[in-house]
Design a protein around this ligand. Structure first.
Ligand code: BTN
Length: 257
């Protein structure tokens, strides 16, 4: 299917300053904004990350969100965060002198040289059995990154990239998310899963997963057909659907922190 057929040319709303591009798009989604509406801001005053965290949003980095109305189940819509990670990687890779340093960390962080360069926040509204809308927010550290993040971070500039125009990154990202979205609509999650796994950090290695106060250490065995992380622990498999992964080798086991 022609990617253009899925949603019309983007209807891009640009702001100098906003609370959160996700929040603005949620407001517009509630007022029947069509699929393909997008919001970009030069800075955010209340940028948010996964699990209710803050997302530092000074000028110079990319903050954008895209409204989709795939009309599928909430579980299937969650696949779209992998589409966004893949599209960010496709957009950033040509800007790098050494593309092989780019990888993914479950669920959808994009890493450069093992450090987080972009994060994705997918928010949905359910109506009956399916999603009414999906807001897919992306933050890319273009010129700066938080020094005290939970996971070590970096920026395109710090990684030696000399093309640091957030608008350029955004345009390329939107071109690629259109392609991955079309692919997902036509072929399902399988090709996204395969592309994501090809770049997954820590696969087959010992990783640590933190879920609230619990901490699990095991081998990152796989990504299942729905996008859950499969952790092998004490000979058994544990399916992880939410949490923070740390790609540091450690002895296997489970403990409270
Ligand atoms: C994460 O890694 O925790 C996800 C971070 C997502 C940040 C982006 S910036 C654009 C959009 N608006 C927000 O408030 N958050 C997302």
């Amino acid at each position: 299917m022609d990617p253009e057929a899925l949603f019309p040319p983007l209807r891009l709303l640009a702001f100098e300053n906003i609370d959160s591009t996700n929040e603005e798009l949620r407001r517009r989604a509630a007022q029947a904004a069509p699929e393909g509406t997008a919001v970009v801001a030069e800075a955010q005053t209340a940028g948010r990350g996964r699990l209710g965290r803050r997302w530092d949003s000074p000028p110079g980095n990319l903050y954008c969100s895209l409204l989709l109305r795939p009309g599928c189940s909430a579980a299937a819509a969650a696949n779209l965060s992998f589409a966004a990670a893949l599209a960010v990687a496709d957009a950033v890779e040509p800007l790098l002198s050494s593309p092989s340093v780019m990888s993914f960390k479950w669920p959808n962080d994009v890493l450069l040289g093992g450090r987080k360069v972009a994060g994705i926040l997918l928010e949905t509204e359910i109506k009956g059995d399916s999603v009414d809308w999906v807001v897919l927010g992306v933050g890319v550290n273009v010129v700066s990154f938080p020094q005290q993040a939970m996971y070590p971070a970096t920026s395109l500039a710090a990684a030696g990239c000399d093309r640091t125009n957030p608008r350029e990154v955004m345009e390329s990202y939107f071109d690629h998310i259109r392609i991955w979205y079309a692919r997902w609509r036509n072929e399902g999650f399988a090709p996204l899963r395969a592309a994501w796994l090809a770049r997954a950090g820590g696969r087959g290695e010992t990783v640590e997963v933190r879920i609230g106060k619990e901490r699990f250490v095991g081998r990152f065995a796989d990504l299942d057909a729905d996008g859950a992380l499969i952790l092998e622990m004490d000979g058994g498999l544990r399916r992880i659907t939410a949490g923070d992964v740390f790609l540091t080798a450690a002895p296997a086991g489970r403990e409270e922190v």
